[in-house]
Design a protein around this ligand. Structure first.
Ligand SMILES: [Zn+2]
Length: 526
């Protein structure tokens, strides 16, 4: 099987995404996950650009034990009209202490002449000198050829000259970048094939795409088909603007559909867990509809074809979800018949008899009539089914709770919750009473409950609430309306959603919160 190298840039290009910031600690944890997945290269950051990245590389040297991946420091070629031996960027790159470095180089006439206000001769010399310098320092050198496709369209001679300057000085990789993300697959395929016919086996051709036309993954695939053997991208497609090539899509496409080896044997099934783990670290949930790793990626809505799916799953799934560590999921609603409930039970590993199936169908109909919507709340559905089957342990039992919100003289609001709760078996049950403040009623109840039962149930500390959505169902009755609360939570490995419905928003929130914690306790992390 032919190898296609995977170069992950989540920690450099990926962190350009708006609204995400990662501490050095977060970056180290993500690097461990990437190594666990088995990518060839992890681009850790730009040590010249900020002190955080300098610290990252310093700590990586002692704290990271990478077993499959090579850590790469990122930088740029020397400045125009500058010298390599007094260039701060190049010095920082060498001082990062990685065996491989990746430098960004200008390979388009427009960029050299207009953006740098320099000449084409100097543009080529910047690449040649920088690669020679870094090779002299004993580094493997990958060259990211910025704006390559745009430049090639205008002046292919200069773009090829940039490539030659890198290759003759010992660059191992020529990474063709669609920096503005506007190139379409047919053109990417044509240009990569052209470059391949010039470079042949003198260096590995890589591809680095941005998703501004929605084609980053497609462009990556066509580049590989045309001769690239190195793909750059980020987990979950993170990146500035519309993001980078989504490796969680590109890797299984290349491996399962085109037969390239991207990850070592046995690693592809870690993809879904690693994708969710990284999303959790960056506090940015995985899109439920993400191919391969999304929670809906292999979800089937109950309907006519449900019994057909059971007979022949592959008739309705483009790949076996287990190959990427995901699973088939049956989405159940009040429309569900017996077959769907039985399948869902089998999926969850719950044994149910005929009477229990009827009970579940009755419960679903009644609750959906009240405003519950289980399609969006798989964890609450599972608990409903387990409760009907009588197999949910009582982790804790709430005797009462009270929430008070005061407006203080300075106009600020103060919320306090008191929770009285029993933990343990009937005869040994212990009563705990705790009071906590919060920034709102749900937060205050959550905090008080965790304080009350946290010592007896330490696993609660792994459960984090990630999203809280409130919807008013019968808007016509205004403040008397029914409220539906959807609460999402994670333990860093799995994500789940629960639901609560009530005319009282606090009750609705409490129902969703209780289910969320019980579900998390029922499924401890490995
Ligand atoms: Zn980029």
């Amino acid at each position: 099987m032919s190898i296609v190298e995977v170069f992950d840039t989540t920690l450099r290009d990926g962190l350009q995404v708006e609204g995400v910031s990662a501490s050095v600690q977060d970056k180290l944890r993500i690097a461990e996950q990437l190594d666990h997945l088995g990518v060839h290269y992890i681009e850790g950051g730009w040590p010249g650009a900020n002190p955080k990245d300098i610290e990252f590389f310093r700590r990586a040297g002692s704290e990271l034990q990478l077993t499959t991946s090579t850590l790469v420091a990122f930088g740029s070629t020397r400045r125009p009209r500058g010298r390599v031996d007094d260039d701060a960027t190049l010095r920082n790159l060498v001082e990062a202490g990685t065996s491989a470095v990746c430098i960004v180089a200008k390979s388009s006439e427009y960029q050299v002449v207009e953006a740098l206000r320099s000449t084409l001769d100097e543009g080529a010399a910047m690449i040649a000198d920088s690669v020679e310098f870094l090779r002299g320092a004993g580094r493997m050198v990958l060259v990211d050829l910025e704006h390559f496709f745009d430049g090639y369209r205008e002046n292919p001679e200069f773009s090829l000259r940039a490539i030659e300057a890198a290759v003759v000085n010992g660059a191992s990789h020529l990474v063709l970048c669609d920096t503005n993300g506007g190139t379409l697959p047919d053109e990417v395929g044509r240009i990569v094939a052209d470059v391949k016919s010039h470079v042949r086996d003198d260096a590995i051709i890589g591809i680095h795409c941005h998703d501004d036309s929605g084609c980053a993954v497609a462009n990556t695939m066509v580049a590989v088909v045309s001769g690239a053997r190195h793909v750059q991208g980020t987990l979950n497609g993170l990146g500035e603007r519309t993001g980078n090539t989504n490796l969680t899509t590109a890797i299984p496409n290349l491996q399962l559909k085109l037969g390239y080896e991207c990850l070592p044997e046995g690693r592809l099934e870690r993809l879904t867990a690693v994708s969710h783990h990284v999303a959790e670290t960056l506090n940015r949930a995985v899109d439920p509809q993400a191919p391969y790793v999304g929670s809906s990626a292999f979800a089937h809505k109950a309907g006519l074809h449900v019994s057909a799916i059971v007979r022949a799953k592959d008739a309705y799934e483009h790949v076996n979800p287990e190959l990427v560590g995901n699973g088939t999921r049956f989405v159940v609603s009040e429309m569900a018949g017996r077959a769907t409930i039985e399948m869902k039970a089998a999926e969850l590993g719950i044994e149910i008899d005929g009477a229990t199936v009827n009970q579940i169908i009755d419960d679903l109909k009644r609750l959906e009539h009240e405003g519950y919507h289980f399609e969006a709340a798989d964890a609450s559905l599972e608990l409903l089914m387990r409760r009907a089957a009588g197999v949910v342990p009582e982790f804790f039992r709430v005797e009462s709770m009270r929430v008070i919100t005061d407006e203080l003289p300075d106009g600020a609001f103060n919320t306090e919750a008191t929770v009285k709760v029993w933990v343990g078996d009937d005869e040994n049950a212990e009563r705990h009473v705790y009071v906590a403040e919060g920034n709102g009623p749900v937060n205050a109840i959550d905090t008080a409950l965790r304080k009350a039962v946290g010592r007896a149930l330490p696993r609660l500390a792994d459960i984090h609430l990630t999203d809280f959505k409130v919807r008013i169902l019968d808007g016509g009755s205004a403040t008397g309306a029914t409220t539906r609360v959807l609460l999402s939570a994670t333990d860093g490995e799995r994500d789940w959603t629960t639901i609560g419905v009530s005319p009282n928003i606090i009750e609705a929130s409490w129902r969703a919160l209780e289910d969320s914690l019980v579900y998390g306790l029922l499924h401890p992390r490995d």
